[in-house]
Design a protein around this ligand. Sequence first.
Ligand SMILES: [Zn+2]
Length: 151
Amino acid sequence: MAVRNIIQLGDPTLRKKSFPVVDYGEKTHQLLDDMKQTLKIADGVGLAAPQVGVLRRIFIVSYDGLYYECINPVLSNCSGSQSGVEGCLSVRGKSGTVIRPNKVTVKAYDRFGKPFTVNAEGFLARIFCHENDHLDGIVYVDKALDVQEDD
Ligand SMILES: [Zn+2]
């Protein structure tokens, strides 16, 4: 496992649309392992592949003892709404208020190509929405009602 560099807002890669994953082999496993290590070191709750410069539809989520590796994810059944503060490992030192759905269903594939479904709500739903946006070149600052410097 290796810690990868997390690219920052302003890098054009963050604004590109990621491509579907077709390889569930060694290279993807290595990427996932590296992303997990990178997220742990960065002390974040989610990380998308484009944030480490890889334009593939992959993100990981680590929150409240839960850990998900999502490949080719599709979000559906978005319902309700929540307003809350979020930050991003690619926008260091800032945070902003973003309105997100309160509930969302995530259908994705694991590293072996096996499909799974997660029904998330609250902060977990927020993380999934935030990470999924990265796969389409969207950063939370695009949707934030305000963006502030952290203390
Ligand atoms: Zn982010």
